[in-house]
Design a protein around this ligand. Structure first.
Ligand SMILES: [Zn+2]
Length: 362
């Protein structure tokens, strides 16, 4: 059977959606009462300006200030941090259409992904469709596929080395950005597939954006630094930036879906998922550390991943308010809501999950 067909035909149970109706009603009521729209506000634009000015400042200082090598390496690490900040706060909201009320502005800022070495076209399908619709469903959610290196859930093939995955995962996570930019995007581009699903056909313009983005990125982050700083310093520095960025991106996304509480439902023999889509999102997603203002600020509200998955079209600046509403309605309907109070608790839970899955024989 063509996997594309199975991807399209997987359906959620629509018979159990009283909870979803109540939640949507409460959230839209909240925006109505406050008299505000659901997209980004001045706080988001101030933060975006900060990140978008910080990146060229760091970059130009690195290339032209002639500072000692060890300071340059710190600047590279800060570039990695800033790229992650741009990804979390600007690109992610824009690609979901929640950065601005104007679709053109969202399209423009989705382009920051090309600045990070990615590809907006591929990301929109990998993240916006596969991951957000079929969260934690093996074979359909591409974020689960770190195979064979990491077994993210028991429905995947097990290898002997998985029993150590809770030890080596962190090293691997620091490589995820490099893998994404230099391997996975090209694999998807040339195969026309995302995991087991077929990608939407690219238009000529999409091909041009893909190659223009990749070439600009390579020129900015590899070619020019090599010419200005020398091969050794440029490559080691770039590696530092890529590892910092990769580690941050991977950890934030892993803590949201791969922890002890989150589940990995499979479609039944009729290709049906047992629950309504919103309940499915609550079963497969967890929050962490929502009281920490700095983490909320830097991760673009991705520590409120539950709210993000329930309402991807709402900007992350509104998640703290929606969080309270969602928790109340979940309690009313007796639906579990997963949230870890501290980063440590979430991270420990992630490692325990990897340990259990790495040893579990299916
Ligand atoms: Zn998202």
């Amino acid at each position: 059977m063509d996997n594309y067909t199975s991807f399209k035909s997987v359906k959620f149970d629509r018979g159990k959606n009283e909870f979803s109706r109540e939640l949507k009603k409460a959230v839209s009521q909240y925006f109505k009462e406050k008299g505000i729209h659901q997209k980004g506000n001045w706080r988001l634009y101030l933060k975006s300006t900060f990140f978008l000015l910080l990146l060229p400042t760091l970059y130009l200082t690195l290339l032209f200030a002639g500072l000692p090598v060890w300071i340059n390496f710190i600047l590279w690490a800060m570039i990695g941090l800033t790229l992650a900040g741009i990804g979390f706060n600007i690109m992610h909201d824009a690609s979901h259409g929640s950065f601005s009320t104007h679709p053109r502005v969202n399209r423009l800022f989705t382009g920051t992904l090309d600045l990070m070495g990615g590809c907006g076209f591929i990301w929109k399908q990998k993240h916006g469709v596969n991951h957000h619709t079929f969260t934690n469903i093996e074979g359909l959610d591409d974020d689960l596929d770190i195979q064979p290196w990491i077994r993210t859930n028991v429905n995947q093939k097990k290898f002997w080395f998985h029993k150590y995955q809770h030890y080596y995962s962190i090293v691997l996570y620091s490589m995820t950005y490099l893998l994404w930019v230099f391997v996975q995007d090209y694999r998807k581009y040339f195969s026309g597939r995302i995991g087991t699903t077929r990608m939407k056909k690219m238009r000529i313009l999409d091909h041009i954006y893909f190659w223009a983005g990749k070439t600009t990125y390579l020129t900015l982050f590899i070619v020019l630094p090599v010419l200005q700083l020398g091969l050794f310093q440029a490559l080691v520095g770039y590696l530092i930036a890529a590892m910092v960025c990769g580690l941050l991106l991977a950890i934030v996304f892993q803590l949201a879906h791969l922890v002890e509480d989150t589940q990995f439902p499979l479609p039944d023999s009729n290709n049906k998922i047992e629950n309504d889509w919103m309940i499915h999102q609550l079963q497969t997603t967890a929050n962490f550390c929502t009281q920490n203002k700095l983490i909320s600020w830097f991760t673009g509200g991705l520590n409120f991943q539950v709210e993000h998955h329930l309402f991807p079209g709402i900007s992350h600046v509104h998640y703290p308010a929606i969080n309270k509403l969602t928790r109340n309605i979940c309690a009313e309907f007796n639906i579990p809501y997963y949230e870890y109070q501290t980063f440590n608790a979430a991270f420990r839970s992630h490692l325990s999950h990897l340990k259990v899955v790495g040893r579990f024989s299916s």
